[in-house]
Design a protein around this ligand. Structure first.
Ligand code: ZN
Length: 183
């Protein structure tokens, strides 16, 4: 992958842009804290200048570590503006994004496809927090309650304990039933 172009940057946040002309996609990697200084309008301006051939935006969201209410509003506005022009795919949604998705519908757009998201775990043996990425369809239900997939510590191979409340954490997935969770 080529070197990224840095589209919006302040001390706490930046967006890396990778252009894939052959695949007709652009990848955006927001990194840091999403807030009133995140300058997403600059990202939108940059996307507006791309060739009409570029039809899809792939977001890699693992780097977004926090978001405040102004940042969330700016994000929704940004997504709303690009969605009519390009299709949206969201990969590796961070814990911050999953938490937001539980509260804010349309955080991944109206028709965006969520590919994968972060699931946090704790290793009781190593006393360490860690995480894995799963697809929405990897989350199984028992008696209507979502279950965290089994995972093992990469250091000591112990079975990891899910480090969130399952009903709350996976609750956002009900917004992704039907077409959004498939394909
Ligand atoms: Zn361990």
């Amino acid at each position: 992958m080529s070197n990224p172009e840095i589209v919006a940057e302040n001390g706490q946040f930046k967006v890396e842009l990778y252009l894939n002309v052959e695949g007709k996609t652009v990848e955006l990697r927001p990194i840091g804290a999403l807030n009133e200084n995140s300058k997403l309008d600059l990202v939108f301006d940059r996307l507006s200048k791309l060739s009409e051939d570029i039809k899809e935006v792939v977001f890699d969201l693992q780097g977004v570590v926090s978001a405040n209410s102004i940042g969330i509003r700016a994000w929704l506005f940004f997504i709303e503006k690009i969605e009519p022009r390009m299709s949206l795919r969201f990969e590796k949604a961070s814990e911050t994004f999953v938490d937001m998705a539980g509260i804010v519908p349309n955080i991944f757009g109206k028709r965006g496809k969520l590919v994968s998201f972060c699931v946090p775990y704790q290793c009781a043996n190593c006393k360490r927090r860690t995480f894995e990425f799963f697809k929405p369809e990897d989350i199984k239900y028992e008696d209507g309650s979502p279950q965290a997939p089994e995972a093992h510590c990469k250091t000591c191979n112990s079975t990891l304990e899910f480090d969130q409340h399952p009903d709350e954490y996976f609750g956002f997935l009900k917004n992704f039933s039907g077409s959004k969770a498939k394909g």
